[in-house]
Design a protein around this ligand. Structure first.
Ligand SMILES: N[C@@H](CCC(=O)N[C@@H](CS)C(=O)NCC(=O)O)C(=O)O
Length: 202
């Protein structure tokens, strides 16, 4: 399988999940500005949405949308614990969390990355993110990961998007549980390997 990714973008989440699950992916770097695949080719021909992540399956199909891709990868290796069994209440809790991170956290960052975003919108989005993070910080209280001691696909996603905070001057220092979580996830060997492969750390 191939993962179409951009360094440090939300595609880091499925990249981490694949490494945690022991799934070997061929990495295909995408230039999001020009919508080209860095080695060769038109990314829009692969994914008309123009966004990463996209997963190229061995049968030629392309799967998009980060939350779906991580569930797909996790289900290939159920013993990894990255996603609880489909249909279980624990699985719905994971999906609930992936949806929350996708719509409330991930997408709230987008205007903060655009240089032409008005200061008022920027301040509103930052305040919105702080309110949303407050709930996650509470969820992490007394826990290693979002659902306890087991690292799941939701942890990979939360880690990935929260790494963006310093790049958009979002101060999350008031959230001690979240800060500890970020450090804990960053130290995982699979996360280190994924970040190295994307050129984010040495
Ligand atoms: N709905 C998609 C959105 C993915 C997304 O926002 N990707 C960003 C990078 S983090 C991207 O590719 N942006 C460039 C673009 O959409 O043109 C998902 O949740 O996977």
């Amino acid at each position: 399988m191939k993962l179409f990714y951009a360094s440090g973008a939300c595609s880091l989440s499925p990249h981490i999940v694949a490494r945690e699950a022991g799934i070997d992916l061929a990495l295909q770097k995408v230039d999001l500005k020009t919508k080209t695949i860095v080695t060769e080719g038109d990314f829009l021909a692969i994914n008309p949405k123009g966004s990463v992540p996209a997963l190229g399956l061995d049968n030629g199909e392309i799967l998009t949308e980060g939350p779906t891709i991580v569930e797909y990868l996790a289900d290939l290796k159920p013993q990894s614990g990255l996603a609880p069994p489909a249909g279980s209440m624990a699985r719905y809790r994971l999906q609930e969390m992936l949806g929350y991170i996708n719509s409330e956290i991930h997408k709230s960052y987008s205007p903060l990355f655009r240089p032409d975003t008005p200061a008022e919108t920027r301040a509103e989005r930052q305040a919105y993110l702080l309110r949303r993070y407050a709930l996650l910080d509470k969820q992490l209280e007394g826990r290693q990961y979002l659902f306890g001691d087991t690292f799941t696909a939701a942890d990979a996603y939360l880690f990935t998007v929260t790494n963006w905070a310093p790049h958009v001057q979002l101060d999350l220092s008031q959230f001690a549980n979240l800060q500890a979580f970020q450090r804990r996830v960053a130290a995982r060997p699979a996360v280190q390997a994924a970040m190295k492969a994307e050129g984010l750390i040495r």
